[in-house]
Write a new protein. Structure first.
Lengths: 140, 126
């Protein structure tokens, strides 16, 4: 039985050693409240990609979740350099990752593309020099 | 194949999860790119990788890998292994290289999570 919940998790930029911590927490929490496997998996993967993006590129950000029966809304806001060309950033394989990100096994340019694949509705907006906002909706 | 059979076949050390060796594995995903694991790995598959950082465990937990098989004789640091204990994900280590490991498993009936990537090819810039 799925219950509702609403919560926020802060993510600090450049804390590469912490990459994935928030997503693992989010997945545990969603599992605990009885979210079905497919939704759980899509929400966890999308959150992981977004978390790695904040750590890799932004100063800091917040992962905000709003869960109601049959629906997960993940809202991700960061303070950072923003994305100049969103269309290009959405392309599979396009990446501006540095060596540190790549050494960890990330920076393949799959992130935003993968988030979109996991979402039923995906919205992205960004302002250069200010930050990026993602809105990810996952339905049952 | 069970994890025990995989460990025997590859002369692998069981670093975490010795009590889960009866888990049945049918599919695998080999990669040193965790982004690709996130994009393509399927639940229940075994992750085969040469990476050893704690992210491999978090990724395995996110995509529901049944276990992690580390290749090329690498032993992950304590931080990675204790996280695997905590998240209850078995970790094995073999001296075989990624190609040999994958080939030996394939010859014994394990197949890839996906055979090839559908959709448009991704042109990767420098």
């Amino acid at each position: 039985m799925t219950q509702g919940c609403e919560c926020s998790f802060p993510v600090e930029g450049e804390r590469f050693e912490d990459a994935g911590k928030v997503s693992v927490e989010v997945k545990k929490m969603l599992k605990k409240i009885g979210i079905p496997d497919d939704m759980l998996r899509r929400a966890a993967i999308a959150t992981y990609e977004a978390e790695v993006n904040i750590i890799s590129y932004a100063i800091r950000g917040t992962v905000h979740l709003q869960v109601t029966p049959g629906r997960i809304l993940i809202d991700i806001q960061d303070t950072g350099p923003g994305i100049g060309n969103i269309e290009q950033a959405m392309e599979q394989g396009y990446s501006t990752a540095n060596d540190r990100i790549r050494e960890m096994g990330f920076g393949a340019g799959m992130g935003l593309f993968n988030i979109k694949n996991c979402s039923d509705t995906f919205e992205i907006s960004s302002e250069e020099g200010t930050g990026t906002h993602l809105s990810i909706l996952i339905n049952r | 194949m069970t994890l025990r059979e995989i460990a025997d076949l590859l002369d692998a050390k069981i670093l975490v999860g010795g009590d889960h060796l009866d888990i049945e594995v049918k599919t695998a995903f080999s990669a040193d790119l965790m982004s690709d694991v996130l994009a393509f790995a399927k639940p229940g598959s075994i992750m085969i990788t040469g990476l050893t950082n704690p992210q491999i465990v978090r990724i395995a937990s996110i995509v529901d890998n049944s276990a992690i098989l580390v290749v090329r004789g690498k032993i992950p640091p304590e931080e990675t292994l204790s996280l695997a204990e905590e998240l209850d994900i078995p970790v094995l280590s073999t001296r075989y290289i990624l190609f040999e490991t994958s080939g030996r498993l394939y010859a014994n009936g394990i197949v890839g999570c996906v055979r090839k990537i559908e959709g448009p090819e991704s042109v990767v810039p420098l």
